[in-house]
Design a protein around this ligand. Structure first.
Ligand code: SAM
Length: 350
């Protein structure tokens, strides 16, 4: 039997649990979850022989509601404040790690441990090195998932199947001239869905973009910043600073009815507050009609069974695109800057 810890946004534990159980059983792996409301993580226990491993069957990238994960090595409680290092070293003897991550749940109490975690990293890394437990060529990352300075879960993740970010969170600075905090959602989506090596092609200056539900302009701001020309669709007002760039045309129209006049739009982005199935259908329509090459959009999830709802919506979209003969990359993630929503990418593959 092996245990895994999956990190998620507080309040999304049931979705994270439902998803990992679904994905694991799809991969022929069975287990059960333990979780508590608002603890910002889920424990998944595989009831399989110990050589079965989630990391070989599932990619973190395929999971919508999990930001980070690791396989449990040991649970340490009631550690002595005068020597935390010895029990940690003893628990991980026999393993080799390329890296060390001191992490904590994304909750208010979790954040209180951040200062200690930072301070503890250097002495712990030195002790691991001294005991020959750090090897840059190794495949595993050591995680200390800390609840306090004396209570933590130790575990390991596979370097190429885990988030490289601490706590699985991408911290972004709000730009001083950004028209709304929503701007960070699209910036994070660019980082998450588009490899840096492809930015020069897929986010290049001169591309045309359409922003549905654009006001006051946080998402348009990101596109303008990349040098794109943007048609912003919204009855609400757009920030003057954006209109002054000369890169934005504002259309006071219904985003569900708007149609581009020319077939020269590369990006469609959409942050309209609407039923997920309606938004996804609209994105599918744009791709099938050849009105855009890629779409990034939010699905708002005010309902209870968020995972089940999202699965249904994405499966329907995939089926419609498949029937229309449109090969599409479909990705979805509950990003750090998302709240009651997830962000999706549909990309036409030519
Ligand atoms: C969450 S806000 C968008 C925020 C924007 N992405 C930003 O970063 O500033 C949603 C917007 O969608 C617009 N909206 C909702 N339904 C719409 C529709 N059918 N057509 C056009 N805009 C719509 C609203 O007017 C609102 O401005």
């Amino acid at each position: 039997m092996s245990q895994y810890i999956l990190y998620c946004r507080a309040g999304f534990e049931n979705d994270c649990a439902a998803e990992i159980q679904y994905k694991a059983s799809e991969a022929g792996l069975y287990g059960f979850c333990r979780t508590q409301p608002n603890q910002a993580y889920v424990e998944f226990e595989l009831t399989q022989p110990s050589d079965a491993c989630l990391f070989n069957q599932i990619k973190l990238d395929e999971l919508i509601f999990s930001r980070q994960w690791f396989k449990v090595i040991a649970k340490l409680e009631g550690m002595s404040e005068s020597d935390r290092i010895t029990p940690i070293i003893e628990s991980v003897l026999g393993h080799e790690f390329c890296e060390l991550k001191l992490e904590y749940p994304d909750t208010n109490s979790g954040k209180e441990i951040a200062g200690f975690a930072k301070k503890f990293t250097v002495p712990l890394r030195q002790a691991l090195k001294k005991n020959l437990l750090i090897n840059e060529q190794a495949n595993h990352v050591l995680h200390l998932f800390m609840f306090s300075s004396t209570q933590m879960i130790l575990g390991k993740s596979l370097k190429n199947n885990a988030s490289e970010l601490l706590n699985g969170i991408r911290r972004l600075k709000f730009p001083a001239d950004g028209p709304s905090r929503s701007t960070l959602k699209l910036e994070e989506a660019f980082h998450h869905f588009i490899p840096k090596s492809e930015w020069d092609d897929r986010l290049r200056p001169g591309l045309n973009a359409v922003d549905l539900g654009a006001a006051p302009g946080g998402w348009t701001y990101q596109l303008v910043r990349k040098g794109m020309m943007v048609s912003a669709i919204d009855n609400g007002p757009m920030a003057d600073s954006l209109m002054e760039t000369g890169q934005v045309k504002h259309f006071k129209e219904d985003g569900f009815k708007y149609q581009p006049k020319k077939h020269n739009v590369y990006w469609l982005v959409c942050d309209m507050v609407e039923k997920p199935s309606r938004v996804a259908k609209l994105m599918v329509k744009w791709l099938i009609n050849g009105w855009c090459e890629e779409a990034i959009f939010n699905l708002k999830l005010p309902m209870k069974q968020r995972f089940q709802n999202v699965m249904q919506v994405l499966e329907d979209a995939e089926a419609q695109l498949y029937q229309a003969g449109i090969q599409t990359e479909i990705r979805a993630k509950h990003l750090y800057h998302d709240r009651e929503e997830i962000t999706c990418l549909f990309r036409r593959i030519r």
